[in-house]
Design a protein around this ligand. Structure first.
Ligand code: F0G
Length: 392
């Protein structure tokens, strides 16, 4: 087991504290796949079931993974990552990343975040007894996520700028502060996140034609792709899915690159109601583009209105409450299916990345006024009857 640069293949030792190659390339963990165990039996699913695929021992866990998969309609499934301990898929990454921090003897951890990474790191570092710093874009973090970071005791700093500014500061200041970075530039975090691929196969007992998920920094799409490729290399599956990434229109630099070609160019002023993916300069863009191209996949953007409509549909038709960024999966799927880019006979898994309670304001801001009556049964009946009358 070692670290490898995805650009130049340079090798680094597994216990080096290093986040990128000297050439500037991103790093990935290379697992000894001849030593992995085929534990895929559709039973007893938790993330640590797949420990032979993971580069650390289980040291800090809140029982992450094992999230439900729902059938929305024929051939359309939803993997609900909001069911993780802090309500997002980040917990898969943090259990592995913080376990690695313990192994390295780190006392402090740090991240920049649009909210979920902060909430997750705050919880796992609390359990590990580590000091935690989180940098968030001022005024742009959903209230549920912020309250999680506060109650778990993180040191929170609001940056007068966006997520990309906050991450830049983390990358520059972590060494001075003496803190281990747990953003998705950390390859160990992505190792945890790749287990979503293992679970999708374990639960469905087949490999879907496409996996569709929201893309911000591009870490998760590359992690899940790595998970599928490792299962294939280990001889457990013999087919790979297309990886389909969805960005919000106002923060869609990867979609632009994919559709228009040319060099990668960031969005200077990313904007979207889906604050989780309000990212203009995805740090993992090379890995994300590679996952999409290698898998013969797609990148597509959706509007804020399409996102909010999909969020409402998931909640009011299927009973599943997800945060806006997560609803981008369904919004993108509907758009691609309408355009014929995903066929009706293709089996797809939509990944819902975070729980709806993370961002209650996104619902309350657009809800109709709630009726209020005196504590009187007759008054209630009268008002409900009036509501039933056809409007003139
Ligand atoms: N969905 C949700 C709910 C997220 O919180 C994020 C990222 C993504 C999707 C995108 O994942 O970055 O791996 O492409 N949230 C980060 C955070 C940026 O700070 O919580 P990605």
């Amino acid at each position: 087991m070692h670290l490898r640069c995805v650009n130049c293949n340079r090798r680094y030792e597994i216990d080096e504290v290093v986040y990128s190659c000297n050439c500037g390339g991103l790093l990935e963990v290379v697992i000894d796949l001849d030593k992995v165990k085929n534990v895929f039996d559709g039973r007893d699913i938790t993330l640590w079931k797949y420990r032979s695929f993971l580069p650390v021992d289980e040291r800090v866990s809140l029982r992450e993974g094992g999230t439900p998969i729902y059938k929305l309609s024929d051939g359309v499934y939803l993997k609900n990552e909001g069911a993780n301990p802090t309500g997002s898929f980040k917990d898969r990454g943090m259990t592995v990343g913080v376990s690695k921090a313990v192994e390295l003897g780190m006392r402090k951890v740090i991240c920049a975040s649009t909210g979920n990474t902060a909430a997750s790191l705050a919880a796992y570092s609390a359990k590990a007894g580590m000091k935690c710093y989180v940098l968030v874009p001022s005024g742009k973090v959903a209230v549920g996520k912020l309250s999680q970071a506060i109650i778990h005791g993180a040191n929170i700093v609001q940056i007068k700028g966006n997520f990309d500014d906050a991450l830049n500061i983390v990358l520059k200041a972590s060494r001075e502060i003496g803190a281990y970075i747990l953003n998705s530039v950390n390859p160990f975090r992505l190792e945890g996140q790749k287990t979503a691929a293992f679970e999708i196969y374990d639960q469905l007992r087949f490999v879907p034609d496409a996996v569709i998920l929201p893309v911000g920094n591009g870490g998760n799409i590359s992690a899940i792709w790595k998970g599928f490729k490792e299962m294939e290399e280990a001889g457990i599956i013999n087919k790979l899915p297309k990886m389909v990434g969805i960005q919000a229109e106002g923060a869609s630099p990867l979609v632009r690159m994919f559709k228009e070609g040319g060099d990668f160019r960031p969005f200077e002023r990313p904007e979207t109601v889906a604050t989780a993916i309000r990212i203009g300069n995805p740090v993992n863009w090379t890995k994300a583009i590679k996952a999409v191209r290698e898998s013969n996949g797609l990148l597509e953007s959706v509007t804020d209105d399409e996102i909010l409509e999909a969020q409402e549909e998931l909640a009011s038709v299927h009973g599943i409450f997800v945060e806006p960024a997560s609803a981008a999966s369904l919004a993108g799927f509907k758009k691609l299916r309408k355009a014929g880019a995903i066929r009706r006979d293709e089996k797809v898994v939509l990944v819902a990345t975070g729980h709806g309670l993370k961002d209650p304001d996104a619902v309350l801001r657009r809800s109709r006024p709630i009726i209020s009556v005196n504590a009187d049964a007759n008054e209630l009946i009268k008002i409900l009857e009036e509501q039933r009358k056809p409007e003139h």
